[in-house]
Design a protein around this ligand. Structure first.
Ligand SMILES: [Mg+2]
Length: 101
């Protein structure tokens, strides 16, 4: 490999870093409730899953660029999740009774 070529790791980190910067600029706050935080991460993973599924089964609906973009967004949200590990408050949410009808 040419010394001036970027390694795949460097390319991936650059994409994730740029996405992280963009995401924090757009949404500067992050949930303190870890279930809301993991839901944000899960939402991005869901979009990645959909992009991959569509590229496999409905290739006219998705592209490899879509897959890359969703993978980068998922990685960025995983980093946001990790960065807040010391800030999460692990508290049960409100619940209510359900009845058999
Ligand atoms: Mg997405």
């Amino acid at each position: 490999m040419n010394i001036l070529e970027k390694t795949p790791d460097a390319v991936a980190w650059n994409l994730v870093s740029a996405e992280l910067t963009k995401a924090i600029a757009k949404f500067p706050t992050w949930p303190t409730d870890p279930l809301h935080a993991v839901a944000v991460l899960g939402e991005e993973f869901g979009e990645l899953t959909k992009a991959v599924l569509q590229l496999v089964y409905e290739p006219h609906k998705s592209t490899s660029d879509d897959v890359r973009s969703e993978a980068v967004q998922t990685a960025a949200m995983a980093i946001r999740f990790i960065e807040s590990l010391d800030a999460y408050i692990y508290a049960r949410g409100a619940q209510h009774q359900q009845h058999i009808s």
